[in-house]
Design a protein around this ligand. Structure first.
Ligand code: HEM
Length: 470
C-alpha cells in the first residue's frame, strides 16, 4: 500500500502538468501522483509518456491486467491536491464517475470474458481461406483463378490483422504470453508484421486517437494520423510541416500532395502494406524503431521475443515467395504482379476499415485534449450496414472494428461482446449529450474524402493569402 500520513507530499494540478515529457514524467492515478520519468522499460513501452503530466486513471484501466496497479508502488511520490483541479466542474466529475461505473457494470456482466469457441471458429475459418488461396494457386493454371486466389489472399491477410489485433489486445486470453504468441502467429508468420512494431504503434494510437503531435519534431501524438507530407487531417497539421524547412515554406511536393489528397487517398492506401512490412522488419531485426520513442525503447530494452518474431517474419516471406511464384512454376513478371495484387488489395481492405474508424472525425491538439471518454468517442466512427452492404457482411469484413467506438473505450473486450456493449455505450452517450457517430461503408468513405477535400481547400486558400506572389 502507498504510505499515507500527515507528512505525505501534496502536489497541485499545475505542478503535475509541469512534468510532461518522457525524461520528466509525472502521472496521476486516482488522485495519487507517480513519477515515471525515463521509464522506457515499462512493459507497455513508451506509450506511457502520452499521459505524462496528465491523469492516466482511465487509460490505465483500458490497457492493464487486474493486479498491474501493484507495479505502481515504486513510482509513488505523493497525493494530488484535489482542490487545485479547477478544470473539472461538478458535472464533469459526475460524468467521469458515470463512465467508470459503466465499466464496472460491464465487468460484472462478464463482458470481458472471451468465448474460446468463437475464436476457434474464427481461426479455423481464416486458415481455410489461406488453404483455399494456396490450393487455387498450386492446382490451377487458369490466370483468372490466380487473380481470384490473390484477392482471397489479400482478404485473408486483412482478416489475420483483426485476429492479431484481438490476441494482442488480450481479448482472447487473460494470460499476456498466450495473447502475444497468438499475435506472433497471425501477425508475424501469416501477415509478415512485427508484433512489437504493431503494439508500439497501435497502443499509442489507442492512448491518444486523432491527437496531433505537440510539435512537428515530436512523436507524442497518434501515430496513425502522423501522415504528413502525404495526407493532412487538419489545416494546422498541414501548415506545421513548414517548420521542417529552413525557408519556412511548403515544398512543391507537399503542396501537390495536400492539394490532391482526396484523390491520392486510395492509391496511398494501396501501398500501405508495403510500408508496414518494411517498418516491421526494421523493428524485428533491431535496425530502427518506427518513431523517436520506439527507437529509444528498442535501444534500451530490445524486443520481447526476438527469435520468434524474426523467424516468423522470415518464414512468412518464404511461404509468400512460394505462393506468388505458383510454387516454382511462374516467371518473374507474373509472380511480381500476383504479389502486388494480393499485397495492395490487403492494404486497401485493411486501411479502408480503420480509415473509416477515425479519419475525418474530430482531431485535437495536446492542449485541447478532452477527457478519456470524449476523446475516444468523438474521434471515432462506427460502421453499420447500408447501401446494399448487409450488417452480417460488415461484421465479417470489419472484424469487430465496426464497433470501433466501443472497442476504443474497452480495448480488452472480446469482439463478440461489442454489440451488447454498444447498446449501453450509446444510451450512456445520449444521457450525457456526447455525440456518437456511425455511418455505412459508402457514407463513411464519402465523409473521409470530403474532410480531406476541405482541408486541402483551406490549405490552398491559406497558401494564396500567405504567399500571394507565388
Ligand atoms: C505507473 C504507471 C504504470 C505502471 C506501473 C504500468 C505497469 C504495467 C505493467 C506491469 C504491464 C504488464 C502487465 C499488463 O499488461 O497489464 C503494463 C502493460 C501495459 N501498459 Fe502500463 N503501466 C503504467 C502506465 C501506463 C500508461 C499511462 C499506459 C498508456 C498510456 C500504459 C500502457 C500499457 C500497455 C498498452 C500495456 C500492454 C502491453 C502489452 O500488451 O504488451 N501503461 N503496464
Amino acid at each position: 500500500m502507498c504510505k499515507k500520513s500527515s507528512d505525505t507530499k501534496k502536489y497541485t494540478w499545475s505542478q503535475v502538468k509541469e512534468h510532461s515529457t518522457a525524461e520528466d514524467a509525472w502521472v496521476v492515478y486516482q488522485n495519487k501522483v507517480y513519477d515515471v520519468s525515463d521509464w522506457y522499460e515499462h512493459p507497455g513501452g513508451a506509450v506511457i509518456f502520452t499521459h505524462a503530466g496528465d491523469d492516466m486513471t482511465d487509460i490505465f484501466a483500458a490497457f492493464h491486467a487486474a493486479g498491474s496497479h501493484m507495479a505502481m508502488r515504486r513510482f509513488y511520490i505523493g497525493e494530488l491536491d484535489t482542490t487545485s483541479v479547477t478544470h473539472k466542474d461538478e458535472q464533469q466529475i459526475a460524468f467521469e464517475g458515470g463512465y467508470r461505473r459503466l465499466r464496472s457494470k460491464l465487468i460484472q456482466m462478464g463482458m470481458f470474458k472471451s468465448s474460446k469457441l468463437f475464436y476457434v471458429y474464427k481461426c479455423s475459418f481464416n486458415m481455410s481461406m489461406w488453404a483455399c488461396a494456396c490450393l487455387m494457386m498450386y492446382l490451377s493454371s487458369n490466370p483468372l483463378l490466380h487473380v481470384a486466389s490473390a484477392l482471397i489472399m489479400g482478404l485473408f491477410w486483412q482478416q489475420c490483422g483483426w485476429l492479431a489485433h484481438d490476441f494482442l489486445h488480450h481479448q482472447v486470453f487473460k494470460q499476456r504470453k498466450y495473447g502475444d504468441l497468438g499475435g506472433i502467429f497471425w501477425g508475424n508468420l501469416m501477415q509478415g508484421y512485427s508484433m512489437q512494431w504493431w503494439k508500439n504503434k497501435h497502443n499509442g494510437h489507442h492512448a491518444v486517437p486523432n491527437l496531433h503531435n505537440s510539435s512537428v519534431h515530436a512523436t507524442d501524438g497518434d501515430p496513425d494520423i502522423d501522415t504528413m507530407p502525404l495526407l493532412a487531417w487538419s489545416l494546422k497539421q498541414a501548415k506545421q510541416w513548414r517548420e521542417h524547412r529552413a525557408d519556412g515554406k511548403d515544398s512543391a511536393l507537399t503542396k501537390f500532395f495536400i492539394k490532391w489528397q482526396a484523390v491520392t487517398y486510395f492509391p496511398i492506401l494501396l501501398l500501405a502494406r508495403i510500408s508496414w512490412l518494411n517498418e516491421s522488419a526494421k523493428t524485428a531485426f533491431g535496425i530502427a524503431g518506427s518513431s523517436k520513442n520506439a527507437q529509444i525503447e528498442l535501444e534500451r530494452k530490445g524486443i520481447m521475443y526476438p527469435k520468434l518474431e524474426r523467424s516468423g517474419i522470415i518464414v512468412h516471406h518464404l511461404w509468400v515467395l512460394a505462393y506468388c511464384t505458383g510454387f516454382g512454376r511462374f516467371g518473374l513478371a507474373y509472380s511480381t504482379a500476383l504479389f502486388f495484387l494480393s499485397t495492395c488489395s490487403c492494404g486497401l481492405f485493411l486501411a479502408l476499415v480503420f480509415g473509416l474508424g477515425h479519419n475525418g472525425m474530430a482531431t485535437y491538439d495536446a492542449e485541447t485534449r478532452p477527457d478519456f471518454w470524449k476523446l475516444q468517442v468523438t474521434t471515432t466512427r462506427n460502421i453499420i450496414g447500408g447501401h446494399g452492404f448487409p450488417q452480417f457482411f460488415v461484421d465479417w469484413l470489419c472484424g469487430g472494428l465496426q464497433y470501433q467506438v466501443d472497442h476504443h473505450l474497452f480495448p480488452m473486450m472480446p469482439r463478440h461482446n461489442l454489440a451488447k456493449c454498444h447498446e449501453l455505450v450509446e444510451s450512456f452517450c445520449k444521457e450525457w449529450g456526447v455525440k456518437y457517430h456511425e455511418a455505412d461503408l459508402v457514407d463513411g468513405t464519402i465523409e473521409v474524402l470530403k474532410h480531406l477535400g476541405s482541408v486541402s481547400d483551406d490549405f490552398m486558400q491559406e497558401f494564396i493569402e500567405e504567399f500571394p506572389a507565388m
